[in-house]
Design a binder for this molecule. Structure first.
Ligand SMILES: [Zn+2]
Length: 462
């Protein structure tokens, strides 16, 4: 097999010389893991991107004038979709790698470091998280931005997403503790007008809230009032810290109030009652699992609720949560969920004649792509290689040392690959990673900003 340098500098140069809206890029000879139910996996396939959109998928496409990327020996997949991460905490990475209870996490970060963050710290953390996400193949990231202390804090977080070229979902929430301007949720109207009103744009807005008043009081707790704010703005809602009995009771109240539904995402959803799951499934509510977060930080039962979700008819998205104690990439989430669920399923029937119910590598890849897109309210936009969707895709080198030989494409993506194998990332048709490097970022300058922000936050925190 002849493996070409599929994403060479010359090809990038050629691409960037052409006006982005009229540019045509043809990937040839790739294994296409489309994650589109009708298309499945296509061997030796071609994929055409015109402007920001996938316009053709097939064999031996004849397209006239296009930049041709010989993708022999690679797998093309949709970009991964992260359904929940607190990006502003990125300069606090691995600051508490062994934290094992929610209270300790909350006191150190939300009641501590968060209170001294300036707008530029929001910018630096959010940008760092987004660039890292792109490097590891995450093309859509829901930034649950829960440190909106002032208008300027929100502006900085949004501008950081915009500056990286990621498909960003800004879920805005006020801070849990400390002094703040109380501009949230009222300021969402201004944010929507300023940043989210252009058609066909990369960024979308959601409202962030908590499940109950247990952590930070009633202001941040989801209910009819915040649901009305979101409805008036026409935006979705992502609810964090959904776990245990109190959240189960809240879910039943929301069901009664008619404020669950496809536009509402419940994050974690660990240790919920059967009644709560029934209400969620019946209303089409979406779920963002956080497999490593549940286990590491010890959220309620600490078991990612994938069986519960599937039983309720909900195919969940996956999420990273916080880098203070967790890995930042989607490969980790897929593998952790697969291992945990299999352990749980096999263990549950150990010593009996019953068959364990299992999820497959295809399932976790579906959760990490198409279901993530649906969870973030972007099902028609991204999450699969489908004609008409935006070109958010990864070129994964299938014949690298750790992946050769390519025996099963989905197995190779889910179990074999990591960020080093992702040679190129396109978001909205635009190359954001090429030849193994994230584009348009000066690492030396970025490093300076990250270190300076970290020093400030450390020193200023009481
Ligand atoms: Zn969270």
């Amino acid at each position: 097999m002849n493996i070409n340098d599929t994403t060479s500098a010359a090809v990038l140069q050629d691409l960037r010389r052409r006006p982005a809206d009229r540019r045509r890029i043809l990937f040839t000879g790739a294994t296409l893991v489309t994650m589109d139910a009708d298309l499945g996996v296509i061997d030796g396939g071609d994929l055409l991107v015109e402007g920001d959109t996938i316009t053709a998928i097939g064999h031996d496409l004849d397209v006239g004038d296009a930049v041709v990327v010989d993708a022999t020996g690679t797998i093309l997949t949709p970009g991964f979709v992260d359904t929940h991460r607190h990006a502003w905490e990125a300069q606090l990475r691995r600051i508490m790698p062994d934290v094992d209870d929610l209270g300790a996490y909350v006191m150190a970060t939300l009641a501590g470091y968060a209170t001294v963050y300036r707008p530029q710290d929001m910018y630096t953390g959010t940008r760092l998280a987004a660039l890292t996400a792109i490097d590891s193949g995450i093309t859509t990231m829901l930034d649950f931005s829960h440190n909106s202390r002032t208008r300027e804090h929100s502006d900085a977080a949004i501008e950081a997403l915009a500056d990286t070229g990621i498909r960003g979902v800004h879920a805005s929430m006020g801070p849990h503790f400390g002094d703040w301007d109380r501009q949230w949720p009222g300021d969402l109207t201004r944010l929507k007008d300023r940043y989210f009103s252009a058609g066909n744009q990369l960024l979308t807005l959601r409202l962030g809230a908590l499940a109950t008043d247990e952590i930070a009081g009633p202001t941040l707790a989801y209910g009819p009032e915040l649901a009305r704010v979101a409805a008036e703005l026409g935006i979705g809602v992502s609810v964090d810290a959904v776990f245990g009995t109190a959240s189960s009771d809240a879910v039943l109240r929301w069901a009664k109030d008619g404020i669950l539904g496809p536009d509402v995402t419940l994050i974690h959803s660990t240790g919920l009652t059967a009644e709560a799951w029934k209400a969620m499934g019946g209303s089409g509510t979406t779920v963002a699992l956080a497999p490593t977060s549940d286990a590491q930080i010890g959220l309620e039962t600490a078991i990612p609720a994938v069986d519960e979700a599937l039983s309720a008819g909900i195919r969940p998205g996956l999420s990273i949560d916080v880098e203070v104690a967790l890995s930042s990439d989607m490969f980790t989430q897929m593998r952790a969920l697969l291992a945990i669920q299999r352990m749980r399923a096999v263990n549950a029937v150990h010593g009996t004649e019953r068959q364990p119910s299992r999820i497959t590598t295809h399932d976790v890849l579906d959760f990490a792509t198409l279901q993530g897109a649906r969870t973030n309210g972007l099902a028609g936009v991204t999450g699969s290689l489908t004609v008409g969707k935006k070109a958010d895709l990864l070129v994964i080198r299938a014949e690298d040392l750790n992946n050769m030989p390519l025996n099963d494409p989905i197995g190779t993506v889910v179990l074999g690959s990591d960020a080093r194998n992702i040679s190129a990332v396109l978001i909205n048709g635009e190359p954001r990673k090429w030849d193994g490097h994230v584009l348009d970022v000066d690492l030396t300058t970025l490093r300076g900003e990250v270190h300076a922000s970290r020093e400030y936050v450390m020193n200023a925190t009481p």
